[in-house]
Design a protein. Structure first.
Length: 463
């Protein structure tokens, strides 16, 4: 377990329709809330916090955690995407439960149905159950759930199915299946109906899915001269199942991503990193594969690689704004059957975290923030690969001009010798930007932190 800064965001939320807090591992009550979330709008649960949102000790943590996982997987029917994970917050073990709104309502716990109203978990009455059944009927006509005539298991890549079963059994995210129980596994997750494959089954496991679903293709274009250039190449055109497509894209980005060596800000230790955050690229690709509207026969997942950015587009529509996607939010996958298989394969760990991870990873490298937008029936994600330019203010320029190269000083010295009165926080921000721009270098850390002016010249446009 490791400290989870995301919990800092969650504990600011109020208990409500999509958020619940527990001070202890009350397995039955927690499971009731999970069931209610599945039947309503999804939600999150934090376990191990008192009424003031302070972490408390959870007794018999490991045993209770395992018992909670087993109880929910065994007793909530039908199965859905429910992630139960350990975390550490302020040196205390806590539990986070992420629940995506289900698509096969009504969900029940020991044959009893629950719904969520504001911060209350209630037993569903006859009217509630009736509404949930009608909602399920509507979901059954969703494109991914429709069957494809004259199809059977022989059209699927058995090795991918067996790999999914193996991973599922090892992670405990679904009931155990024998490695050769291919049909039973697919039937259990509604990927076979009336002995015919669903669209989702063919997309996920098909040997040649493009024969039945030509809109499943993924194309990668390289445009070294930018959008207006006349040269472009297509190094990848994938018409395979989603898992193999993901693996090929992952290999492509690993091969194309250069290694950059950087020296530490506090010493001369060299550290190597990839130029682009590969974990974030994986998340971006996964999002496109899962959230794509495959019912659009004109669809093609398109990845355009430019010198200064990567654009990933797919048919569909954003339900959150660009700013909302960069904050805590609950994922609402348009293809829940596909999302469930990615979850079982361990490719989705926590719901609604992918976009925040993408934003965090790219901005931590000083790249311009990624941008999501709706564009003529498509979702377009732009990942910028150029660093944000350093914009200097008058006091930074004045200070740099006032000291000689290799002059050493402290944060207090900078704060006192600016051409205006500033706070400690503003001084630190100023210095951080000057370090990022290469005009200063940090020496030491903690109470021993000092700074040295380098010999880099200021750009002419700020002099």
């Amino acid at each position: 377990m490791e400290d989870n800064s995301f919990i800092n965001i969650l504990i600011r939320e109020k208990e409500g329709e999509q958020m619940a807090f527990f001070s202890d591992i009350d397995i039955e009550k927690i499971a009731q809330v999970v069931c209610a979330f599945l039947n309503t709008k999804g939600g999150r649960i934090l376990i191990g916090f008192d009424e003031k949102k302070k972490p408390v000790e959870l007794n018999d943590f490991e045993d209770k955690f395992a018992e909670l996982q087993k109880f929910i997987i065994t007793n909530i029917k039908p199965e859905s995407i429910i992630n139960i994970s350990k975390a550490e917050f302020q040196e205390n073990p806590v539990i986070q439960v992420d629940v995506i709104q289900g698509s096969r309502q009504p969900y029940s716990l020991k044959n009893k149905v629950y719904v969520r109203e504001e911060s209350n978990t209630l037993s569903a009455d006859e009217n509630d159950v009736g509404l949930l059944y009608r909602q399920r009927k509507q979901n059954e006509f969703h494109w991914e759930k429709l069957t494809v005539p004259d199809t059977d298991v022989s059209l699927l890549d058995i090795s991918e199915i067996e790999k999914t079963i193996e991973i599922s059994n090892s992670k405990g995210k679904a009931p155990n299946f024998g490695i050769n129980e291919h049909v039973r596994f697919l039937q259990h997750f509604n990927l076979i109906k009336n002995n015919q494959l669903t669209n989702a089954a063919i997309l996920l496991f098909g040997k040649e899915p493009s024969i039945y679903i030509p809109q499943c293709s993924v194309r990668v274009n390289e445009l070294p001269q930018g959008k207006t250039g006349v040269i472009f190449e297509t190094p990848l055109l994938l018409e395979t199942n989603l898992f193999k497509a993901f693996n090929e894209l992952q290999k492509y980005f690993k091969m194309k991503t250069p290694i950059i060596g950087e020296f530490s800000k506090t010493d001369w230790t060299r550290k190597d990193r990839t130029k682009f955050p590969l974990d974030a690229l994986d998340e971006a690709v996964t999002n496109a594969l899962i959230h794509c509207d495959y019912s659009d026969i004109t669809n093609e997942i398109l990845i355009n690689v430019y010198p200064d950015k990567i654009e990933i587009s797919n048919s569909g529509e954003l339900i959150y704004s660009d700013s909302e996607l960069k904050k805590n939010h609950l994922s609402i996958p348009p293809n829940p059957d596909i999302a469930r298989m990615f979850y079982i394969r361990g490719m989705i760990e926590r719901t609604g975290r992918g976009t925040t991870l993408i934003h965090k990873e790219f901005t931590s490298l000083d790249y311009k923030a990624p941008k999501w937008l709706n564009q003529k029936g498509k979702v377009v994600l732009t990942l910028f690969l150029a660093e944000q330019p350093v914009k200097l203010n008058n006091r930074q320029v004045s200070f740099v001009n006032s000291v000689e190269a290799y002059f050493g000083f402290t944060r207090e010295y900078y704060q006192k010798n600016c051409n205006e009165e500033i706070s400690e926080r503003t001084a630190r921000n100023d210095i951080a930007e000057l370090i990022r721009g290469g005009w200063l270098k940090q020496i030491g850390d903690g109470n021993q932190t000092n700074y040295v002016k380098t010999d880099k010249k200021l750009p002419e446009d700020v002099l």
